[in-house]
Design a protein around this ligand. Structure first.
Ligand code: ASP
Length: 644
């Protein structure tokens, strides 16, 4: 689906004649992807890797490969005995240079799968530039099933393979398109330092001990958040950066300790302004990188509030390539006769459900599986109603329900004949989230999502804070610098009256942030906010998050002071480039779009990092390391074996 330039059978380098000239080096006249019938009769040299070798005795055929494609080389013992002698010693993955004359292939022997398939290079000279050992896995078998640990150890060889090389090239084009779009719109690309003071983004910092100031450390940035805001105070107006971010988290799923963000910030903007820019940029970038993938329209870039997203899709990153919307069934369920429903409603809980089209005939086993699935995410149970083609309803709770109430529930869930209604009753948000998981599961079972379509969706108006039970304070749900919706500003107060004594009952719990997230096909692509640029309001918000005056100056003194010197209203966003590249190339794991990713336990298997440090280096830094415990050593290994 994705055009992968460099794909071996592909379109060649796709370069203009002038550009092709630029590819000429002392070793080659053309790349392995460029030879065409128009070059027939020319004497030329090619250089590359031996992709495949077929030895037919007098004739040896070599497929010569580089990033741009493959060209067939023929060495005929009768024409060039010396070249034939050398060619008979070359093996897969040798790098060689071949000189000879480019010829049209004999009629009937053309290879329509190769861009160079109408021609071949008839060799006069073959030179081995570098021999190759037998590689630990085949480079020329795209479907070979190779253990990921081996792929990571020999990443430089894995990167030679067609699929991964194609994805890394696509990622390169993604970054290029992002840069072009931003430069065109007068954003300034500014690098921010990697050795900084901790920016609290909710994760653990990686720290770097200072040699010159023993006892002190730098933190590696979890994001350039404060720096980009300070650049707005400096008057740069529009900043962007392809920024590396580092977070020392347990690597659940496909998280990586370091990842790349498109980080941007704009001055004198509202939420709508930032969203408008991001939409335009995302459209330009998507169509430049994957022109054959349609963007979902009707609506185009829908905007949902967090509440709508939860109540309609059970998640704040809905996949909108399909419907399966949730419905609030409280009305239809109330007093219908099923006691659990009434108990849940009386306790302030919610009842939601959705209709799975055509699944009325689901087997006992399928229904048990779906129930188990819901329980895994914390459901007490899963209620289902199957409506057959005659309109009759089958359900384990039918016997409890009053006349007509089953039909009422089915109708409220938007079900038609032949559908299966799935219902979860439970705490607000939790009930919807369980259904959100089921919705994704059902869509997968019914193949409802068009894999080609890109469905971007905004979610905004998130709650500003969540209550942190352990620390007895509010915590920013997203970013401690996010602004508050103007109509909710008055909620940033405590019931105690003391701004430094927050409690669970504070109105602050109802405040909504000027925070917006962008999701793509069910994954969070990124998020941002319009920031608090007024010093006094930022202090008030920090106090709710448990920071005393002294702690505020210690942790955020720089930015708080900067806001005393004329700060423009500003806002921005960060989009995950790894995730974006993965989604554009149909991958579920970001390791598949990173040149040199780490394992689940944070190891680089190729460089063998992290590795023990020698005592002289520690001495210089004034550090002493505790020896690892048995658990320390066992833990990471187990995680790697899990292979996630
Ligand atoms: N700094 C935030 C993050 O890394 C993004 C932003 O609000 O601009 O998620």
């Amino acid at each position: 689906m994705v055009r992968t330039e460099g794909q071996l059978g592909g379109a060649g380098s796709g370069l203009s004649a002038t550009m092709r000239g630029l590819m000429q080096t002392s070793f080659r006249d053309l790349t392995c992807g460029d030879a065409r019938p128009e070059h027939a009769g020319r004497d030329l040299s090619l250089a590359g890797w031996v992709h495949r070798r077929r030895d037919l005795g007098q004739l040896i055929f070599l497929d010569l490969r580089d990033r741009y494609g493959i060209t067939q080389v023929v060495i005929d013992a009768a024409e060039s005995p010396q070249a034939h002698g050398i060619a008979s010693t070359v093996r897969s993955e040798f790098t060689i240079r071949v000189s000879g004359s480019l010829a049209l292939r004999l009629a009937g022997t053309e290879n329509p799968k190769l861009a160079t398939g109408q021609v071949e290079l008839r060799a006069r000279e073959v030179a081995i530039l570098s021999p190759a050992r037998t590689t630990p896995f085949p480079i020329n078998e795209p479907d070979a099933d190779i253990d990921e640990a081996v792929r990571l150890k020999y990443r430089y060889l894995d990167l030679r393979r067609e699929a991964l090389q194609g994805r890394i090239l696509t990622r390169g084009r993604l970054v290029q398109a992002i840069r072009e779009a931003h430069h065109e719109a007068d954003f300034v690309e500014i690098e921010t330092p990697l050795l900084i003071k901790s920016t609290p983004e909710g994760a653990r910092d990686f720290i770097v001990p200072s040699r010159m100031q023993p006892g002190s450390v730098y933190a590696l940035p979890q994001s350039p958040q404060q720096m980009k805001q300070l650049l707005m105070v400096s008057g740069f107006d529009r900043y962007f950066q392809i920024a590396r971010c580092m977070r020392d988290e347990d690597l659940r799923g496909d998280r990586q300790p370091e990842f790349t963000q498109l980080d941007l910030e704009m001055s004198f903007v509202s939420e709508a302004d930032v969203m408008a820019w991001v939409e335009r940029m995302v459209i330009d970038v998507s169509s430049a990188v994957v022109p054959d993938r349609p963007l979902q329209r009707d609506p185009f870039f829908p905007v949902l509030t967090y509440r709508q997203a939860i109540d309609r899709f059970g998640t704040d990153k809905p996949d909108l390539r399909y419907g399966l919307e949730l419905h609030d069934l409280a009305e239809a369920a109330k007093g219908a006769g099923f006691a659990v429903f009434d108990e849940v409603l009386a306790a302030g809980g919610r009842i939601f459900g959705f209709a799975a089209p055509g699944m009325a005939g689901a087997t006992r086993r399928e229904l048990d599986e779906l129930t188990e699935f819901a329980k895994r995410f914390g459901a007490r149970g899963l209620v289902w109603l199957g409506i057959d083609e005659a309109g009759a309803v089958r359900s384990p709770i039918a016997k409890f329900l009053a006349e007509g109430r089953t039909e009422e529930l089915a109708a409220a869930a938007g079900a038609e004949r032949g559908d299966l209604v799935l219902i979860v009753a439970g705490e607000d948000i939790h009930a919807q989230e369980i259904l959100g998981r089921l919705r994704v599961e059902i869509a997968a079972r019914l193949s409802l999502a068009d894999p080609a379509v890109l469905a971007y969706v905004w979610v905004h108006q998130f709650p500003m804070y969540g209550w942190d039970e352990e620390r007895g304070r509010w915590d920013a749900t997203h970013n401690p610098f996010s602004g508050v919706m103007p109509e909710d500003e008055e909620l940033l107060v405590t019931v105690s009256g003391d701004p430094f004594r927050p409690s669970r009952e504070d109105p602050a719990g109802r405040a909504r942030a000027l925070q917006y997230d962008l999701a793509l096909n069910g994954w969070e692509l990124g998020g941002g906010s319009v920031r608090i640029h007024r010093r006094e309001l930022l202090s008030r918000s920090f106090a709710l998050m448990g920071h005393s005056d002294a702690a505020q100056s210690e942790k955020f003194g720089g930015i708080l002071e900067a806001f005393e010197y004329g700060a423009p209203p500003h806002g921005g966003i960060a989009l995950g480039i790894d995730r974006w590249a993965a989604l554009l190339t149909d991958q579920t794991n970001i390791r598949e779009v990173m040149a040199f990713p780490k394992t689940a336990s944070g190891s680089d298997l190729m460089l063998d990092a992290p590795s023990p440090v020698d005592s002289a280096q520690l001495e210089e830094l004034g550090l002493m390391l505790k020896p690892p415990t048995v658990a320390d050593v066992a833990g990471p290994r187990r995680a790697d074996q899990a292979g996630s």
